[in-house]
Design a protein around this ligand. Structure first.
Ligand code: ZN
Length: 463
């Protein structure tokens, strides 16, 4: 199962029913919480079973939830029921940190399953309540999956913008004979803050994906957020006061920028994961071992480092690599990564944690890139890996491929100037002109040519 997010192009007349459905789904969710609280106060058992919930819903009668189709309302019930039983299972296993659903939300994503949606090219039909006309909206790009593989469409709102998440069943990739990934060829992946993925593979091959653009985006975003906050903090409503209209505008803008930042980082991380998988397929790597640092991230490490760790989105980094590996027919193994960046891969002795990117062993003559060292040590922790049987120690990568991620991020290429830093209005002094759209993944010659031509015309404009 793969999911892609596609934006919607809607007219105000289409936007209203879309938000109507999202709010109606939020109402269904709140009703469930209210009903169960009411029942608990009266000593009755809560209703959490999907079938029983459906019965309750249908007693309410048709049209109780605005424009929301009843199959979509049932989707919210399904979600509630699944969340409740998942928590109950975790609590049964002794995990007291698991919480039952209890937060009300103004809007909830609405899922349309088979039959409740149709896709014709870039046009999407969504089912609405019985007796009302279906809603047709436009997608802002073509779907990456063939229409026959689509399973469901989820309508959602992020910072005031409408998106659909399209889920499709994509078969595992097939390869020509003797090109398929070989499970005995193992590569170790070290997830990091600077290099989202550092990979040490077989045959002395390594891959470093640089995430400096992501870090720059994070820093700029934090800087802007702080400045905006400072500018409006005086207008913040006191407790119990309703916010002013200007304050509400500020909040809406803040949410919108937060959502955009999240999208940018997520996109860059997806690109990084794609780079790793493409490289692994070329190297015929069949097993990717990734170090999982999530066990130690909850420890307090000072406010700066805590923030860094929160911005890292390690769960997403591991998750998207896992999805893409599965689709490519590669097995992903999670191992404990403790100590892997401070152990020498040649003599296996602990050395003090390196301060910079160079790892130098104090016991033997070994030196190498710190993150690749981590990757090599993680590879050696693969359970039942082929390296033990052959007893031929995996050579430390000598050929390292360098890749960057986040070419779409502002300020990364000359074609993608950061509108937050410089004016970009026509002939304003110092203006580089209109920003170009993001260059394609793996920059083409045509694009470079276009940029240089663009510089020429722009200089001519200034003269
Ligand atoms: Zn050593």
């Amino acid at each position: 199962m793969r999911t892609a997010r596609v934006g919607l192009r809607v007219t105000p007349g289409q936007r209203r029913p879309c938000f109507g459905m999202l709010v109606a789904a939020g109402d269904v969710w709140s009703c469930l919480l209210d009903m169960n609280r009411w029942r608990r106060h009266r000593g009755l058992h809560g209703i959490v079973n999907f079938q029983e919930l459906c019965r309750e819903l249908h007693q309410a009668g048709p049209g109780s939830f605005g424009e929301l189709a009843s199959v979509c309302a049932e989707g919210v019930l399904r979600r509630f029921s699944d969340a409740w039983f998942a928590t109950a299972k975790r609590r049964g296993e002794g995990d007291v940190s698991a919480r039952f659903p209890r937060r009300k939300r103004r809007m909830m994503p609405v899922r349309f399953r088979h039959g409740a949606f149709t896709i014709q090219g870039r046009r999407l039909r969504l089912a609405t309540a019985r007796g009302r006309p279906d809603l047709w909206v436009r997608l802002d790009r073509d779907l990456p999956y063939p229409a026959g593989q689509l399973r469901s469409v989820t309508l959602l709102n992020e910072g005031g913008r409408l998106f659909v998440e399209v889920t499709a069943e994509v078969p595992v990739a097939t390869y020509p004979p003797s090109h398929e990934p070989d499970p005995s060829r193992v590569a170790g992946v070290d997830p990091g803050l600077i290099h989202p993925y550092a990979v040490a593979g077989p045959d002395g091959q390594g891959l470093l994906v640089s995430g400096r653009a992501i870090r720059a985006e994070t820093h700029l975003h934090l800087h802007d957020t702080k400045r905006r906050q400072r500018a409006v903090s005086k207008r913040a409503p006191k407790p119990g006061q309703a916010g002013s209209r200007r304050w509400r505008k500020y909040r809406a803008r803040q949410r919108k920028l937060e959502a955009r930042h999240k999208r940018r980082v997520r996109q860059a991380q997806h690109e990084a994961a794609t780079t790793v998988i493409e490289w692994a397929v070329r190297q015929r790597v069949g097993t990717l071992t990734i170090g999982d640092p999530r066990g130690v991230l909850a420890l307090q490490a000072g406010r700066r480092h805590n923030k860094r760790v929160r911005d890292w989105r390690i769960g997403h980094l591991i998750g998207c690599l896992k999805d893409k590996a599965e689709q490519a027919g590669i097995t992903l193994v999670l191992v404990d990564e403790r100590g892997t960046s401070s152990t020498c891969p040649a003599c296996h002795r602990r050395v003090p944690r390196p301060k910079n990117r160079n790892f130098t062993c104090t016991h033997c003559a070994f030196s190498g890139h710190r993150d690749i060292v981590g990757g090599a040590n993680i590879a050696s922790r693969t359970p039942g890996s082929g390296t033990i049987t052959t007893r031929e120690p995996t050579p430390f990568p000598t050929v390292i491929t360098h890749r960057r991620t986040g070419r779409h991020l502002p300020g990364v290429t000359s074609g993608r100037r950061d509108p937050r830093r410089r004016p970009h209005h026509g002939t304003a002094p110092g203006s580089p002109g209109r920003p170009w759209p993001a260059p394609p993944h793996g920059e083409s010659l045509a694009h470079t040519a276009r940029i240089s031509q663009y510089h020429l015309t722009n200089e001519a404009n200034i003269d």
